[in-house]
Design a protein around this ligand. Structure first.
Ligand code: SAM
Length: 431
């Protein structure tokens, strides 16, 4: 109770593929090398590096996913990983950073409005192997034995957030804990067929209730065949280890013991035989001609160009079957990197390219200061005198923010309208 009276610590996690020294000297989160505690909470919306996806604002306890997965995925390649309840993208941005580019990462959110926030955050993070879907857990049933790793950060009663979000206190009730526990069972049962034999499941909540945590582990152990997994932890971190009645380990985070919010997490392995989904016959949808036209945009070798909905996208060459397979049962909101579309005279580049870690260094860029960067992000008029005509990626402190087109006497701002900063920004914010 007294910990709840204190101010919640502020922490961020750095994008390992978007170098910034903006947080050098800040204290590291002990269980996540890219996590940093900040001494005060800035207005992140006013920081262009936040919009560039150079870091993600995430409370520290949740970053323990890094410690769990780092112990079980040492340098594995070509994995298929699912984050089932992913919006707004805290765990997804973290997991994506742990995977190699031949691994496919599906970041899913069932609620449409939340899926669009997730899509925006994953686009900022900038990885081609991260695809965003908007599906109910039961839609994954058909993908039998498909995923090597599934993360279920389940919707829960939220008691672990009482300090950070006072509304969570009013919304909490015993009846809601019961309701959440039933929903968590449904979610786990629905996604279960899509996990491979020996596949890994990470289950977490931000609830203190045993029913949603240890109780859920016991329910899983009763319903399915599993093998408990555990990791070593440093006692000084203040994390409590708990064991469910069926002997499955969980890790509990309490705000009076750790520098972070309330959280529960556990990891186990699926045992028992799982059928495998039939792979679709490979009917190539590649567009080699368009690939040639768009090749100047990216700095990678092994990629394919596909037409997805009304635009062209680049995916890793290993993921063609996955595209065919997933598009049969899922609503794919974001696939690979959007490239844009060809027009008569030129290539109209997608916003994705500007934020992508795979953007070609040969593309023209224009470096701007904080004032111009914030004007760009507010979609206000920018003054960039003497800029020769053409397309440019606007960069702040080395990180891409979006596209402009210089027309000689003026500059057109191609930041998507719904991405613009709506908050008012004063002169002093430019410093
Ligand atoms: N993993 C996210 C992160 O780290 O940023 C937070 C996820 S939040 C705890 C749980 C998510 O589950 C919410 O985005 C919520 O919309 C979604 N959700 C709600 N009902 C669901 C259901 N029946 N099946 C799957 N997901 C659901």
């Amino acid at each position: 109770m007294s910990a709840h009276q204190l101010v919640a610590p502020t922490s961020i996690r750095l994008n390992p593929f978007k170098d910034t020294n903006a947080f050098s000297g800040q204290k590291e989160v002990p269980w996540c090398v890219s996590g940093r505690y900040l001494s005060e909470r800035p207005v992140f919306t006013k920081d262009p590096l936040f919009h560039a996806g150079a870091y993600y604002v995430q409370e520290a306890s949740s970053m323990f996913v890094h410690h769990l997965l780092k112990e079980v995925l040492p340098e594995k390649q070509g994995l298929r990983v699912l984050d089932l309840c992913a919006a707004p993208g805290g765990k997804s941005t973290l997991i994506a950073s742990l995977l190699d580019e031949t691994s496919l990462f599906v970041s899913n959110e069932v609620i449409r409005t939340r899926a669009s926030i997730l899509e925006e955050n994953m686009t900022r993070w900038g990885y081609m192997n991260t695809w965003v879907t908007c599906n109910d857990p039961k839609d994954f049933k058909k993908l039998k034995g498909y995923f090597d790793v599934v993360v279920v950060d389940a919707p829960c009663s939220g008691s672990g957030l009482f300090r950070k979000d006072k509304r969570a206190i009013n919304e909490w009730s015993v009846a809601n804990v019961d309701l959440c526990a039933e929903r968590q069972k449904r979610i786990l049962a629905d996604v279960w067929p899509s996990i491979k034999e020996d596949g890994i499941i990470v289950y977490s909540t931000c609830s203190y209730s045993e029913k949603e945590n240890e109780g859920m582990l016991d329910w899983v152990a009763d319903e399915f065949q599993i093998e408990p997994l555990s990791v070593s932890i440093n006692q000084e971190w203040g994390i409590e280890t708990t064991i469910s009645q069926n002997g499955i380990k969980g890790y509990r985070f309490f705000p009076h013991l750790v520098k972070g919010e309330g959280f529960f997490i556990s990891m186990f392995k699926k045992k028992g035989v799982t059928g495998a989904a039939k792979l679709p016959k490979l009917k190539s949808k590649q567009d080699k001609k368009i690939k040639e036209q768009a090749a100047h945009l990216l700095n990678i070798q092994d990629w394919l160009c596909l037409q997805h909905k009304d635009e062209y996208v680049a995916i890793h060459a290993d993921h063609e079957v996955d595209y065919l397979m997933l598009s049969q049962s899922l609503y794919l909101r974001r696939v690979g990197v959007s490239l844009g579309v060809p027009s008569k005279k030129e290539w109209l580049p997608a916003h994705d390219i500007a934020l992508s870690i795979h953007r070609s260094e040969r593309l023209p860029t224009v470096d701007v200061d904080k004032e111009q960067a914030l004007k760009f992000l507010k979609k206000e008029e920018m003054t960039l005198p003497d800029l020769p005509k053409g397309w440019y990626v606007v960069c702040y402190a080395g990180q891409g923010l979006g596209w402009i087109k210089a027309l000689g006497n003026r500059v057109n701002n191609y930041l998507p309208k719904h991405w613009r900063i709506r908050m008012s920004i004063d002169d002093e914010d430019w410093a």
